[in-house]
Design a protein around this ligand. Structure first.
Ligand SMILES: [Zn+2]
Length: 306
């Protein structure tokens, strides 16, 4: 299998061993993949959230042979107590495509058939958009569901990047009052937006999608009884502040793959417009650098192996 990975020679193509399939596994030829990794691991092909075609299948996954599928970034066992309780993204034996297992910057990926979503019949999506559905769109929709956003809620989205932009779109189309701050958020600017929308005193649902300082800021500015949801594993918080204002802190590491069909359906129905956050390019030596630049510009780089 030809794939791009970081090594002492930089980000370059090389041959990797084609692993044998387990009974429940499939090999998916990559069509398009999201490249969002800020820091790619050495000797592992990055890229997670992808669309492709099943070209080989284990004996327990033969129903997918030949199908065009969305592949989420998490491969969970699906059998343990954590998975059975609906928390597959934090399965103790999970593997993360592009982080500890070869991702989609390669000719093909190996993954479990269990978490695939077909996109070849009722759900028809163009390649780059399909990859985003399995990447930042799935994460944004999972964040949205995690916090239980409803029409009329005050939603504060902090941080740059594709996940934040998609979350902001979801909040608006679902009738929430959106307060949006990109980059390094400033408390005054958010307070002004809250006042302008006439909701300065209401509990909020705050989402921290990017920026180490934004989690601390979100906790500091949240109105009593607000929910702070973080999609980044960084930043410091003051527990006393959480306690004094009865704030709830929720964390999300990856979107649950069971949300993939709903996420794809939102895009098919036109509830999400991903054209503005998508940049498409062939996979090449510059892809990692380009992905960081696109992230800073609020976009997601989607690459296709040449
Ligand atoms: Zn599990």
């Amino acid at each position: 299998m030809l794939g791009y990975a970081l090594s002492a020679e930089g980000f370059a193509p090389r041959q990797f061993h084609n692993s044998e399939l387990q009974a429940e596994e499939v090999r998916v030829r990559v069509e398009f993949v999201c490249l969002e990794n800020d820091s790619a691991a050495m000797d592992i092909c990055p890229g997670g959230g992808l669309v492709g075609t099943v070209v080989e299948s284990g004996e327990a996954a033969s129903a997918f042979q030949g199908a065009r599928v969305l592949v989420p970034q998490i491969i969970a066992c699906g059998e343990c107590d954590t998975c059975r309780r609906g928390a597959a993204p934090v399965c103790p034996t999970r593997r993360v495509l592009g982080r500890d297992h070869h991702g989609g910057c390669a000719e093909s990926v190996v993954c479990s058939g269990r978490w695939l979503t077909r996109v070849d019949e009722q759900l028809s999506l163009k390649g780059p958009v399909a990859a985003i559905a399995a990447g930042p769109a799935l994460r944004a929709y999972a964040l949205f569901c995690r916090a239980g956003v409803a029409a009329g809620d005050v939603v504060v989205v902090l941080g740059n990047g594709a996940t934040a932009e998609i979350l902001a779109q979801l909040a608006t189309t679902r009738g929430a009052k959106l307060i949006r701050s990109r980059g390094d958020a400033v408390a005054n600017e958010i307070a002004e937006q809250l006042t302008a929308q006439g909701c300065a005193e209401r509990p909020q649902k705050l989402f921290v999608c990017e920026g180490d300082a934004n989690l601390e800021l979100a906790v500091r500015i949240a109105h009593p009884s607000s929910i702070v949801t973080t999609a980044i594993g960084a930043g410091a918080i003051d527990i006393q502040t959480l306690f004094d204002r009865e704030l709830s802190l929720l964390a999300l590491s990856y979107g649950h793959p069971d949300l993939l069909p709903e996420t794809a359906a939102l895009i098919v129905k036109g509830e999400l417009d991903l054209g503005t956050i998508l940049t498409e390019a062939p996979l090449g030596p510059e892809s990692l650098e380009q992905s960081r630049a696109e992230q800073r510009a609020g976009k997601c780089l989607v690459v296709h192996p040449a």
